[in-house]
Design a binder for this molecule. Structure first.
Ligand code: ZN
Length: 424
């Protein structure tokens, strides 16, 4: 397909030029020749060139794509499928593989002026192989699996997995290329640096906050002789824990705009853009997130009061240790915090965020225009568009915003609770 394609089998680089820019693909832990023994060369580079043409990417500078392959993991998954065939059982899929697990961009590269996309081929391949086997199992049943030739079946599944992967690749590349131009155009890095500066000053001691968070999580797993000193350390540094949690809301707002734009472009370019469906999913996701936030606030309050009460009890009676039931309740509350902060707040930006560009596009804004909006302007214009069309705003930022998940109101409530609990 690309007459100018050049590969250096030994060091694993593969280069070709498109009308937009030159592309360098670097293979990690594998040569280009080995990789193209597995995956069709012209299909792979053709998809990348096509995504480059349509994703709004216009940088003339060289684009580097790093393909990560873990042959051991691939062999492990092949063996898992092969033994599932022998046992005539389905295989379990542990990970929730989604587009954003298949590739990423790194802010540090942008800061140093590099346009780079990292693709995790292993993740995608393994997911599609496991899914292909389970689908076959479900569709044809145990009978057919036991009659099939194991080697042939496995080879067929692998072929299918690779095809599926290539089909998904276009959306994956379009998503990451959107990040590359959008981060630059919306001046996201400058904006986020300004906003986090204040919190970085507050949180000079990042490691301390991580330490405290870890101690809160595993407080009752420490030996009893170090229990009191750990508890004292936690109580002394509660403010650091608060700041650490509070920072996640800044990251959330940033992810909303960045991932939202990338998911929107991914859907738009693959012909899967559906305004109503995006709105529906975003509303459901925002409602769920708000409920989880309310539970998060309650859990935070519970934990702080529990720790203080326990400390007072130890002051009165040095051999005091809470009953098992209370420990379980405490750990349940810690889980609520962890799930909210690290899982829900990390996943929701993809569903809620895509509603932002989708709404602006629906309101006849050209993509090139809102693609250049800063974070504040993007959400601001989104809120106006929702109001103009009398539609639910899934998120809002100001004190007068009426979004289902109002970042400003929520963080204000969190701050109020901090003051009430005497954390400063
Ligand atoms: Zn992304």
């Amino acid at each position: 397909m690309f007459e100018n394609a050049k590969s250096d089998g030994k060091i694993g680089t593969y280069t070709f030029s498109t009308p937009i820019c030159r592309i360098v693909i670097r293979f990690q832990f594998l040569s280009a020749n080995d990789f193209f023994g597995e995956i069709d060369e012209s299909a792979f580079s053709g998809i990348i060139a096509k995504a480059l043409e349509y994703a709004g990417y216009q940088e003339k500078q060289e684009l580097e794509i790093v393909v990560y392959i873990n042959l051991l993991e691939m062999r492990r998954i092949r063996q898992a499928v092969s033994s599932a065939i022998q046992k005539k059982q389905p295989v379990s899929i542990h990970h929730h593989y989604v587009t954003h697990d298949l590739a990423h961009v790194d802010r540090a590269d942008l800061r140093t002026g590099k346009n780079k996309v990292y693709i995790d081929f292993t993740n995608g391949y393994c997911f599609y192989l496991l899914t292909a086997y389970n689908d076959t199992f479900q569709h044809y049943g145990v009978e057919a699996i036991s009659k099939a030739d194991e080697k042939q079946l496995l080879a067929g599944l692998e072929r299918h997995a690779k095809e599926q992967y290539l089909q998904k690749l276009y959306a994956v590349i379009a998503h990451e290329l959107t990040h590359l131009w959008h981060l630059k155009k919306s001046k996201a890095s400058e904006y986020c640096q300004r906003r986090t500066k204040r919190f970085n000053r507050l949180q000079k001691d990042y490691e301390k906050s991580i330490e405290v968070e870890g101690q809160i999580q595993s407080l009752f797993r420490y030996p009893k002789e170090s229990f009191l000193s750990i508890l004292e350390n936690i109580l002394k540094h509660l403010q650091k824990w608060y700041v650490h949690l509070r920072k996640k809301f800044i990251l959330f707002e940033q992810m909303l705009c960045e991932e939202g734009m990338a998911v929107f472009m991914e859907k738009y370019l693959t012909g899967k853009y559906d305004f109503q469906a995006i709105k529906r999913n975003a509303v459901a996701s925002a409602q769920k997130l708000q409920q989880e936030f309310n539970a998060f606030l309650e859990a935070f309050e519970f934990i702080v009061q529990f720790l203080k009460k326990m400390y007072q009890a130890i002051q009165k009676n040095s051999s005091y240790y809470p009953p098992k039931q209370e420990i379980q309740q405490y750990e349940g509350m810690v889980n609520i915090i962890i799930t909210f902060i690290y899982s829900s707040m990390g996943h929701a930006p993809y569903t809620i965020g895509s509603d932002i560009p989708s709404m602006l596009y629906y309101g006849s804004f050209p993509i090139e225009e809102f693609g250049g909006f800063t974070q504040g302007k993007l959400i601001g214009q989104y809120m106006i568009a929702c109001r103009n069309f009398s539609m639910a705003a899934t998120v809002s930022v100001g004190d007068k915003g009426s979004g289902i998940f109002n970042i400003y109101q929520n963080t204000t409530m969190f701050n109020k609770l901090r003051k009430e609990l005497g954390i400063s």
